[in-house]
Design a protein around this ligand. Structure first.
Ligand SMILES: C[S@@+](CC[C@H](N)C(=O)[O-])C[C@H]1O[C@@H](n2cnc3c(N)ncnc32)[C@H](O)[C@@H]1O
Ligand SMILES: [Zn+2]
Length: 299
């Protein structure tokens, strides 16, 4: 392991690194996935590395994230959503179709103020983290996704969030370290989420309502197939439901955004080749969007 630098933060400043990489980054919010000890900045040259007292060391990728997913925890060569799904989702979300959802997530988070540590579990390509950053420069943000491409695209948004590739089923975070955890359409472990939340901390879960994307599924199936959710109703004793909101609307999706919408969902795998080509020809697709936003408090 490279020798720790005498004053890594001062050295970073001297090198005129982006502010994203400064200050709080000298001690990572993440813990060592091998021994659970705190990770701190070890060296900045030739590579920026973080390490623990037991000398486990992790290179920070040049875009500014840590890969903490140990090989023995990886179930496939490329876990998580495919790169095509992630890029389609980024284009679709950046076009603003889910802005009302983003606004609601932001206002639910900010109900408990902006002096807090927020974790996005299964953050994808970082759209919701960026919406939080745009709403407040004070929030401390961190995000986890099991897809390296997703975390790399999140890091490229340059919003001063601490980011790591890892699984939400084995969060590389200390117990009681998070004030608010959010999950937007991502798989979570209820017990892991409860472990990392401080007492009284909140979990904001976004999942699909019954009519979500009905106009899209009508192109593929003869009957409406409700979107599979990421809900935690079967493990409620750890949490108390504080608030439940619904957003329902109809959107007109235009041009190439239609194929992006299809590709960002698992419906893509069910669409036959001729259905995909038909959708490619469409100029406009009207579909319901329907979200449930549940805010839970750690009991
Ligand atoms: C439907 S996407 C939602 C992404 C983002 N929250 C959004 O709404 O734009 C689900 C995300 O969960 C990630 N994912 C799947 N299994 C995971 C796991 N075990 N741990 C962390 N992330 C996971 C996928 O890579 C993907 O980025
Ligand atoms: Zn360690």
């Amino acid at each position: 392991m490279p020798k720790p630098h005498s004053d890594p933060v001062a050295e970073l400043e001297k090198n005129d690194y982006h502010a994203d990489h400064l200050a709080s980054d000298s001690v990572s919010i993440f813990k060592c996935p091998s021994c659970n000890a705190t990770l701190s900045l070890n060296s900045i040259e030739p590579n920026k590395t973080f390490g623990c007292a037991s000398k486990h060391s992790f290179d920070m990728a040049k875009d500014g994230y840590l890969n903490l997913l140990l090989a023995q925890h990886r179930r496939s060569r490329k876990p998580g959503d495919s790169d095509e799904m992630i890029r389609s989702r980024q284009r679709f979300l950046n076009a603003g179709y889910y802005q009302p959802l983003a606004d609601t997530v932001v206002s639910q988070v900010l109900q408990t103020g902006d002096d807090q540590q927020v974790l996005d579990m299964g953050c994808g390509e970082g759209y919701y983290l960026q919406q939080l950053r745009q709403a407040s420069s004070k929030l401390a943000l961190c995000g986890i996704d099991i897809s390296k491409t997703a975390v790399r695209l999140t890091a490229k948004r340059k919003m001063g969030a601490q980011l790591a590739v890892d699984s939400t089923f084995n969060l590389p975070l200390h117990s009681d370290s998070i004030d608010t955890a959010i999950s937007v359409f991502s798989p979570i472990s209820v017990t892991e989420t409860a472990r990392v939340l401080r007492s009284g901390g909140q979990l904001i879960m976004v999942g699909p309502g019954a009519r979500h994307l009905a106009g899209l599924t009508a192109q593929i199936y003869s009957q409406n197939i409700p979107h599979r959710g990421n809900n935690i109703d079967n493990n409620l004793e750890l949490f108390k439901l504080k608030d439940q909101l619904e957003i329902a609307d109809t959107i007109s999706v235009e041009g190439t955004d239609i194929l992006d919408l299809l590709k960002m969902t698992p419906y893509y795998w069910h669409a036959r080749a001729e259905q995909q080509s038909q959708m490619k020809e469409l100029k406009m697709l009207q579909t319901e969007i329907h979200f449930t936003i549940k805010t839970y408090q750690l009991a």
